[in-house]
Design a protein around this ligand. Structure first.
Ligand SMILES: [Zn+2]
Length: 271
C-alpha cells in the first residue's frame, strides 16, 4: 500500500482514518491501488511500485515460505488485535482450510498461544489433523462445542456458503463482550443473529488486508525453522513452474477447483 496521491495527501494523517498509522491500515484506504484486488497484480510485463513498499526477504527464508507472507501478515493483523483478559484465555479459530491454518500458526507463534488455549473448529478430520500438533481440534459435524467452552476472541476463517453457519455458531459460543475477527470472504449477504450480537455486546472486525509495516515482523518469524516447518504444510506437493500465460491459467484453474487442501506454489520462469 502507498498513498496514491502524495500531492493531494502529503501525509498519511491527512488522508483518511485508515491511513493513520496504528488504526485500520493504509491498505483499506480508498485512495490507493491494491495490487491483485482493485488493480492489476504481479503478472504485468512492467510493474512500477513505490520503494517504501519493497521489503527485503531474509536469506534464510525460503521462497516457498516467503510467498505466504501476504496471508501471514493478514493473519497477523488479526492476531495483533487480540484482547486477552488473562494469559490462559482460550481462543477459537473457525475454519480448517488454509486461511484457518495460517491464522492458527501465526497466533501460535506471534502471540505464543499454547496448544491448550488454541481451538480449531472444522468439519473435516483429515484437514483438522494438520492442526493437531499445535491446537485442539473440534469436528463440529461430529460433536458440538462443549457448553463449558466459551471464547473471548474468535477468528472466522470459513467464508463462502458456510459463512452463515460459522458466524452464527461463533455468536453462540462467544462470551459477552467477545471480539470476533472476520477473515472469510463471502460473495453473498450473510444473515446473522443480531439479537445475540446486541445482547452479548459483541464486537465484529473485518480483517482482509495487512500493511507494509507487518511484513518485516512476519518475515522475522519466518526465519524460525519450526515456523517454516508448519507453514510448509500449507503448500501442496505439486509445484507449478510457469513459462507461459497458458501454464499460469492452468495453475490458477487447478487452485480454483479446490481438489486438494492447501495453497499452490507457482514459480514464474519467464525470461
Ligand atoms: Zn487514506
Amino acid at each position: 500500500g502507498y498513498i496514491h496521491s502524495p500531492e493531494k495527501f502529503p501525509s498519511p494523517e491527512k488522508c483518511c482514518r485508515a491511513c493513520r498509522h496504528g488504526e485500520i491500515g493504509e491498505n483499506h484506504c480508498e485512495n490507493i491501488h491494491f495490487l491483485s484486488s482493485g488493480y492489476d497484480g504481479l503478472t504485468q510485463s512492467i510493474i512500477q511500485h513505490p520503494d517504501p513498499c519493497l521489503i527485503q526477504i531474509p536469506d534464510d527464508v525460503p521462497d516457498e515460505i516467503a510467498v505466504l507472507s501476504e496471508l501471514s501478515t493478514v493473519a497477523y493483523t488479526g492476531a495483533k488485535k487480540l484482547k486477552l483478559l488473562d494469559k490462559n484465555e482460550k481462543i477459537a479459530v473457525f475454519g480448517d482450510g488454509p486461511v484457518g491454518y495460517i491464522v492458527a500458526v501465526v497466533l501460535s507463534f506471534t502471540k505464543s498461544i499454547k496448544r491448550h488455549n488454541l481451538y480449531v473448529v472444522g468439519t473435516d478430520d483429515e484437514k483438522l489433523k494438520k492442526f493437531e500438533d499445535f491446537a485442539h481440534t473440534i469436528n463440529i459435524r461430529k460433536r458440538a462445542i462443549p457448553s463449558n467452552l466459551r471464547f473471548g476472541n474468535l477468528f472466522e476463517c470459513v467464508g463462502g456458503i458456510y459463512s452463515e453457519e460459522a458466524i452464527n455458531t461463533i455468536i453462540e459460543v462467544a462470551e459477552p463482550g467477545a471480539w470476533i475477527y472476520l477473515l472469510g470472504v463471502s460473495e453473498l449477504f450473510v444473515p446473522m443473529n443480531t439479537r445475540d450480537i446486541l445482547e452479548k455486546g459483541l464486537r465484529l472486525i473485518g480483517i482482509s488486508r495487512s500493511s507494509r509495516f507487518e511484513y518485516p515482523i512476519i518475515l522475522e518469524y519466518m526465519r524460525e525453522p519450526e515456523m517454516q516447518r508448519l507453514l510448509k504444510r500449507v503448500i501442496i506437493n505439486r509445484f507449478f513452474r510457469i513459462r507461459s500465460a497458458k501454464e499460469l491459467t492452468e495453475a490458477f484453474d487447478f487452485a480454483a477447483a479446490h481438489r486438494v487442501w492447501g495453497k499452490i506454489y507457482v514459480r514464474l520462469e519467464i525470461s
